[in-house]
Design a protein around this ligand. Structure first.
Ligand SMILES: [Fe+2]
Length: 431
């Protein structure tokens, strides 16, 4: 059996990964890659417990849990599952069986990285090696947990739409079956998901047995389903690489034109209501007027295009990388908790400050990014050594420099910093 470096090194991605997966197009099971210390079933349950806490507190967050019994999504059971008193240690399966009144269940949790700092960091080490050795997905990655003792994935046999890794955490093994899109269509007559009794199909698929610590590469367009007899937990890591056309259509063009054609108040020419259009003249003059505005607007857009695209690309790049490769979402509970735990009163000379794993501080020109946020401070305020150490993930000791302290306080609001006070006194530092 192949023994992999932990964390995976760059040669894994450039050699082993590409050759085993036919350059990222075929499924492959890499055995024993993730150390138990990096991700455990209990970490996923702790993330679920955090979701339950926010539900009870009435806080709206990005991570949500969905409950399925068989292939039925049971939103009706959710309020009870989210608000019932918690399970005793080791009693999770029975607890959820009782609440769902079902022998077999599944729980699916999106954006788990935002409710589990342990998993964000533990699987963030895997993601960091992926970014370094394979590449950066421009939409970031997410953690989606599949928890349960279900006989088959609640979504039936279905197609994946992005390249993903399935990280198996155990405690029990899980069977996984995959089919190429062509094979699946040939066998079933369509590309629609297959529900119900698909046992006949399984023998035509490629079969993998996932055990704790294994990762299955699941390329996009591959159909797949998981089955098991006993309780287990897996975490999918989909890699969001949006089509370039989608980025232009959904983000870049709307932003560009919104800025060029912004409503600048009633006194501005661009905001003047159009004149009444003479009925007899028809719609022709209206079209002409719109064209007369569109042409110079497009010309200006073209003139500024390279700069606008560069700005968008660098913003996206720094956002994703400084967020440890995870996608940036609103309602990141772990971020708000880390920001709340960052006590600005403790930002004093002599205290030590470090960037929380797996996040990064990136300095890009005069701009600073941390944990996916750009902070409105001038990067030149930070002494080069302070900036370099923080960027390298090394802890720093705060100097007696009010500008630096103010910058650190501002950076702490991202939830990306950890501060520890030392038991030395001001006079010791001054000495
Ligand atoms: Fe899937």
């Amino acid at each position: 059996m192949t023994i992999y470096a932990r964390p995976l090194d760059r040669s894994f991605w450039t050699d082993e990964f590409l050759s085993r997966t036919s350059v990222g197009t075929a499924p492959f099971l890499f055995k024993n890659v993730i150390p138990a210390a990096a991700a455990r079933p209990d970490d996923v349950l702790a993330g679920f417990a955090a979701i339950r806490r926010t539900h009870v507190a009435g806080t709206d967050i990005a991570a949500h849990a969905r409950v399925y019994v068989g292939e039925d999504r049971r939103d009706d059971l959710l309020p009870g599952v989210l608000s019932a008193p918690g399970w005793d240690e080791g009693g999770f399966v029975q607890w959820l069986q009782t609440l769902t009144v079902a022998e077999r269940f599944s729980l699916v949790i999106n954006n788990l990285e935002t409710v589990s700092p342990r998993l964000a960091a533990g699987l963030g080490a895997f993601l960091a090696s992926l970014l370094d050795g394979w590449g950066v997905p421009l939409g970031g990655a997410e953690l989606v947990a599949f928890v349960g003792n279900y006989a088959g994935t609640a979504f039936g046999v279905h197609e994946g739409f992005e390249d993903a890794f399935l990280v198996h955490l155990g405690p029990n093994p899980k069977n996984f079956y995959t089919w190429s899109a062509e094979a699946f269509e040939k066998l079933t007559g369509s590309k629609n998901p297959l529900y119900g009794d698909y046992s006949w199909l399984l023998e035509h698929g490629e079969h993998f047995v996932l055990e704790a610590g294994d990762i299955l590469f699941l390329p996009r367009r591959v159909f797949h389903v998981g089955t098991q007899d006993e309780f287990s937990v897996s975490v999918a890591v989909p890699l969001y690489t949006y089509p370039d056309a989608g980025l232009l259509r959904e983000v870049l063009f709307p932003e560009l034109f919104a800025s060029l054609l912004a409503d600048r108040g009633p006194d501005h020419e661009l905001s003047h209501p159009s004149p009444m259009a003479a009925l007899a003249a028809g719609s022709g003059p209206v079209a002409q007027r719109l064209t007369d505005l569109a042409r110079p607007t497009l010309a200006t857009a073209l003139e500024g295009l390279a700069a606008a695209v560069e700005q968008h690309a660098s913003q996206r790049w720094n956002t994703i990388l400084s967020n440890g490769g995870w996608e940036l979402v609103d309602g990141d509970l772990a971020r708000s908790e880390a920001a709340a735990a960052f006590n600005v009163e403790e930002v004093v000379p002599g205290a030590s400050v470090s960037v929380i794993e797996p996040y990064r501080m990136l300095v890009s020109g005069q701009r600073i990014f941390l944990r996916g946020y750009e902070i409105a401070i001038d990067a030149s305020v930070l002494p080069p050594k302070v900036a370099a150490d923080l960027s390298a993930g090394t802890s720093i000791t705060l100097p007696e420099d009010e500008n630096v302290l103010a910058a650190i306080r501002a950076l702490g609001a991202t939830g990306g910093l950890h501060v520890t006070t030392r038991s030395i006194h001001m006079k010791d530092i001054a000495a």
